[in-house]
Design a protein around this ligand. Structure first.
Ligand code: VGL
Ligand code: ZN
Length: 227
């Protein structure tokens, strides 16, 4: 696949400790994240390889970070009588899944996975800071209107194509990819560099087909690294 890197961006979604199983890196052990996605840390190696390529060829690299206040409305802990996995109405278009406390601002769980190389990153976008509103997409919060500024950044550099990887396939990657399409970016997802929550069961399969139907390209990192 031939890429015009000058007009392309790599968006690395939420590769943070709370979304990853326990691991050891640099002689330090990191505990299982509170919302660990199976094999979440495995996305680091392919994303590092692609990010290096983007940096060397003058593409933009953006990393996003889920960044919640400790009383965030998506946490089951703040809703008496509700448990993780229950659904509530937060007044946005979609009903809200209640999650374990995760990615609390400044916590170890909110830090990027230690094996993710951020040296190539041009921009880090933090999202989910409004205690009353969740933000899956890197472009808009879940009210579908409040911008994160990412679209403006990409437009300022005349970016027309985005490539996505990270966590989780069925939440933040999915919503980011769908918004990218809606905003008319050519959009590709690296299937070897995403991992999903798969809650409710089957949601990973469901979003993969929804993304294909929407015209999002499903490729692997080797498709761009081989030439
Ligand atoms: C995410 C659930 C809650 C994600 C973030 O990064 O996909 N999922 N917050
Ligand atoms: Zn979150």
């Amino acid at each position: 696949m031939i890429i015009d890197y000058q007009s392309a961006a790599l968006i690395i979604v939420d590769v943070q400790n709370d979304f990853c199983p326990a691991y050891i890196s640099g002689g330090k052990s990191y505990p299982e994240g509170s919302l660990a996605v199976a094999a979440g840390g495995d996305v680091c190696a392919p994303l590092n390889a692609v990010a290096k390529e983007f940096a060397e060829r003058n593409g933009k690299v953006i990393a996003t970070q889920d960044w919640h206040p400790k009383n965030h409305a998506s946490f089951a802990s703040g809703h008496p009588g509700k448990k993780v996995g229950d659904f509530i109405d937060l007044g946005s278009a979609q009903s809200q899944v209640l999650w374990p406390d995760h990615c609390i601002q400044g916590s170890e769980g909110a830090r990027f996975h230690d094996r993710l190389n951020l040296d190539p990153a041009n921009l880090i976008i933090r999202k989910g800071s409004n205690p009353l509103l969740d933000s899956y997409s890197a472009f808009f919060e879940n009210d579908r209107q409040t911008t994160t500024g990412l679209d403006g950044y990409l437009k300022a550099f005349s970016i027309s194509t985005v490539f996505l990887g990270g966590l989780a396939t069925d939440y933040c990657v999915f919503y980011t990819a769908m918004d990218a399409m809606r905003l008319r970016y050519k959009t590709y997802v690296f299937t070897d560099a995403v991992r999903g929550v798969d809650y409710p069961k089957g949601s990973v399969e469901q979003v993969l087909s929804a993304m294909k139907v929407a015209g999002i390209g499903m490729i692997t990192t080797s498709d761009i690294l081989q030439n």
